[in-house]
Design a protein around this ligand. Structure first.
Ligand code: ADP
Ligand code: ZN
Length: 431
């Protein structure tokens, strides 16, 4: 089932022609903004002379810092009266950046999200309970407008208030939820603590996004709730959620290429990488009026899946985000991504729903300390069982990250739960 079959199954030639037309228009509009006016003149970019998609490469990368420097409206390409909405990034990595939308931008964004939801089989018969934060954060309102556009009944719950979440799922028969993976893992514990068996709630689908998570975490959420979970990706600079969405194949996210031109580059050198290789995703928005942004360095690491998707959509898929280039920890000289640790932990069946990575310096040496919650039944048995598990976990981790972390096994609920984006890495070394 498609939301817009013509656009979703467009052939490559048609898609590239559309991309080219939209790129040319976006460049012309951007030339009126203080930021790109300067960038174009410094780099000899003349929008009217663009004759192939390749010319996009004449425009240098745009970084998060460029957005901060041009705060508040140095990248705005429309008169103030045409703007109907603003959002801001959640500020995970510093000062927030702001994004503006015209009415058409808000509407197009809703279409992008509706496309993703329909691709997972959601219909207007579904009741959609949105557990993402509402407000400046794009996660809440982004899916809200998309779900309304495709005709779902939307319950705009936002995060937290677990008891009410459960009550509304029961009273209104919510079938689809949108939630961060870390909050999903907390919520399922809370549901059980209230004496409810999570699959009995009847929720059939979850959209999980806003933060990196492993395939093992998806499996855990699916198994405990008894639902199908789909990966949803986006960032405020590129509208918000809806940039890329998994279809019912659940194997990589279709990146809507009529809205974005995507590149994968080597984060160190900025050079383009061959198709299928992992690197930093760079995105150009070619279908937005208020704030065109070219070659935005997302800092997210992923790769294109070169094979076509059996669902028939021609827009290329990206793989699950491995993390951000700036997530990388350097521990005793070894590069480690939190996602590598999560992948190991979540594949161990005894591991429960939360963990933390703490970095410390003892006697001038880096130490990694991993705190892991287990399922409660693990604490009812033999202590030696726990010791064996700890050893197994240590070996599995060492095989992947080559360092030897100190592991602490904890009862469920010992670590602070998360409602929005989880903070799991605590680097105390520089303090
Ligand atoms: P901030 O950059 O301040 O966190 P955003 O709220 O716009 O602001 O967050 C966007 C970022 O969230 C993305 O660049 C990415 O790192 C992360 N993210 C969003 N969705 C996913 C996802 N499905 N998987 C992994 N990471 C994601
Ligand atoms: Zn597909």
């Amino acid at each position: 089932m498609y939301w817009n079959s013509e656009l979703e199954t467009i052939d490559r030639r048609g898609l590239e022609r559309l991309q080219f037309d939209r790129l040319k228009k976006a460049l012309a509009a951007a030339a009126s903004t203080p930021f790109y006016k300067k960038v174009f003149s410094e780099n000899g970019v003349a929008p009217s002379k663009i004759s192939t998609l390749e010319h996009l490469k004449d425009v240098p990368f745009t970084t998060k810092n460029d957005l901060r420097v041009s705060y508040p409206d140095g990248m705005v390409a429309v008169p103030r009266r045409s703007i109907v909405r603003m959002h801001a990034s959640s500020g995970t990595t510093g000062k927030p950046t702001v994004i503006f939308y015209t009415m058409k931008d808000v509407d197009e964004w809703a279409h992008q999200v509706a496309r993703g939801m329909v691709a997972t089989g959601t219909t207007s018969d579904d009741v959609f309970q949105n557990m993402m934060g509402y407000g400046l954060f794009t996660g809440g309102l982004g899916l809200h407008y998309g779900a309304e556009k495709m005709g779902c009944m939307v319950i705009p719950m936002s995060t937290g208030n677990t008891l009410k979440q459960i009550q509304f799922i029961q009273d209104f028969g919510s079938t689809v939820i949108h939630i961060t993976p870390s909050y999903a893992l907390h919520l399922v514990d809370e549901i059980r603590a209230h004496g409810v068996n999570p699959p009995d709630l009847g929720v059939r689908k979850a959209y999980l996004g806003a933060e990196p998570y492993s395939e093992g975490t998806r499996d855990k959420i699916e198994a405990q709730f008894g639902l199908d979970a789909y990966n949803s990706y986006g960032m405020s600079e590129m509208n918000g959620p809806g940039v890329a969405f998994e279809c019912s194949e659940k194997s990589g996210m279709h990146l809507w290429e009529d809205y974005y031109i995507a590149e994968i580059i080597d984060p160190e050198t900025g050079e383009a990488l061959p198709d299928g290789e992992e690197g930093e995703l760079v995105l150009t928005h070619i279908n937005r009026e208020a704030m065109p942004i070219f070659r935005y360095r997302t800092r997210d690491l992923t790769r294109f899946i070169p094979e076509p998707c059996p669902c028939g959509r021609t827009h290329r898929r990206i793989e699950r985000i491995k993390g951000r280039t700036d997530d990388m920890m350097i521990v005793s000289g070894v590069n480690v991504f939190p996602s590598q640790i999560e992948t190991v932990l979540m594949n161990i069946p005894e591991v429960g729903n939360n963990y933390q990575i703490v970095l410390e310096r003892e006697d001038n040496l880096d130490r990694m300390h991993i705190k892991v919650e287990l399922y409660s039944k693990m604490f009812q048995g033999d202590m030696r069982e726990l010791e064996r598990l700890k050893k197994r976990m240590g070996e599995a981790l060492r095989a992947i990250i080559t360092i030897n972390p100190k592991i602490e096994l904890l009862e469920p609920g010992s670590l602070p739960p998360s409602q929005g984006k989880a903070k799991r890495v605590f680097d105390n070394r520089s303090l």
